[in-house]
Design a protein around this ligand. Sequence first.
Ligand code: URA
Ligand code: SF4
Length: 185
Amino acid sequence: MKLYTYEELKSFVDRCTRCSLSQTRNRAVMGYGNLNSPILFIAEGPGRNEDKDGLPFTGRSGEMFDRLLSGINLGRKDIYITNIVKCHPPGNRDPLPAEQEACIPYLKYETLLLSPKIIVCLGRIAAQRIIRPDYRITREHGTFIFRKNIWLTSCYHPSAILRDPSKFLEVQEDFYAIQNKLRDI
Ligand code: URA
Ligand code: SF4
């Protein structure tokens, strides 16, 4: 198998027409961050800001994400963050199963190139796609599963905190658990 470089992968994503989200997007949004990071965050799909900027988590959810990261002394330069689908679903709807299926090879390739020790799913959509189809985020967030040499976990999506600020402390706890896991590995 020919191994593509990260830059080649990004250029495929930028020009991709594998699903119909390509017809409504402004810009495809490749993941972003430190390619040597041990930690990979996966959310569901770009929002409107991200569609404009071409980068993940640049809007209000991104501010919340940065706040959670800085709480465990990390910044964007220390981590890598990406999405299940790389193009904005119109009206911020959930990405359809067919769209996820079309886009997942890019995520697999990002994961191969990054070779993370920990994967954190942000929100239900990512957790059900990456961890288990029947994953229950309300019950299982913050717990770790070891699979194929990678620790998998989840927490609520930052936008869930924006809708319900009482979730902040719970997500912060999950970030502390991530910090501990990073120390252990
Ligand atoms: N929400 C997501 O799921 N992904 C982004 O990139 C931004 C907001
Ligand atoms: Fe391609 Fe993924 Fe965008 Fe669909 S969402 S067009 S598969 S990059």
